[in-house]
Design a protein. Sequence first.
Length: 460
Amino acid sequence: MGDGNLDPRFEAAFADYERRTPRSKELWEHARRWSPLGVHSNYRFLDPYPFFVHRAEGVRLWDADQNEYLDFNMAFGALQSGHAHPKLVEALTHQLADGSVYGYEWDRTPEVAERICVRYGMDKVRFSTTGLEATQHATRFARAYTKKRYVLKFEGGYHGSHDTLLVGVKPRIQVAGPARHPNSAPASPGILPDVTGHTLVAPFNDLEATREIAREHKDDLAAVIAEPIPMNMGFILPEDGFFPGVRELCDELGALLILDEIKTGAKYPHGGAARVGVRADLITLGKSIACGVPLSAIGAGPGILDEVGPRKVAHAGTYNSNPLGMAACLASLDHILTDEALERSSRLNHRLAKGYAEVFRDAGVTAHVSADGVSGTVYFTDHPVRNWRDFLTVDGDRSMLYYYHCLNRGLIPSGTGPDEQWTISVQHTDADVDRHLEILGSVAERLVGTPQSGEIEESV
């Protein structure tokens, strides 16, 4: 859509969008003078221009034109708390009066470290600031511990925008290579071939292919990294036996299993590792672990972090374990991400997913809904999505039409695009789910493709 040739199906949606957001257009015209695309993350750009947010509270946000939106994106899953949760506001207000960053350890940081280790079954933890940092450090820790070079990831998976793992991320079919042995295709110019050469790419949910690829470097494989539920291909549930098989493979080859829980860590009471029933050697946490305050963590099993220290394995950062992030994490773990609250959100998610299937079935929309825990996504396709190659067949245009038509009616239904998902925060209610489904019903007839009934695959 960015090539100047507008798909006729989008004309009405774009006209409504532009009518509703003239102030956002003004802000974007100013912003793009000073920043590429006028945004500071490529994923925030939206045709014909992005909308700018003024404020948010609970499960609603208001843009620069004062349009109100019911938010089910929740900052791409970073806000399991919802917006401006009272416990989070209280914790940050109290801590800010005592300082925002010290350059030294806060006296309550040991409490936070203990809570993380106990909750997620880890032996030691180090804090950083972003998810990118966490996965970058985790791969370094794995290589230092195993003294091996190669890392294996799964095609389509995203683990932050650093060179080692920005490989095989949403590759075009022209560069992706064979389905059962994907190429190590860099996802951006500027990544050196000798970096990508040490990152192996395997198809998700194909255990036999993963074994074959890993065993090609059986004496030099440091780690396998994966999201327990890949959430940059929508919301792909692992097949039974897949992760137990990957765990066995890592044990066989002396490699570490890194579970990237940046998104999943706060969506389940004890993270995605518990959900898929495997023990990780390293986990990375972020996003909702501090419910909107930049914070990430690298948790590790016994012995793995023993060599982290000055003149040994590097890990540093002025903002690591800063008191604002620590205070937010304490509030999140103790008062927001409780078992009871997550169970309630899970029940709402079950209702929303079933509602999607019913609305699409009644309207004759071809779609699959995949949901679990507190999140889910809709795939506009006539078959389930199990990996990246399946995802490539999803109707991306209909995904964006769905997004725009909902947005123009005051609903942010999910993250932007077919590769994202919705999040049910602890502040969402049954009434919010009802309103979501009401708006979905009002736009469903515009999403009809091949007239087959909607289907659902879920485990909630």
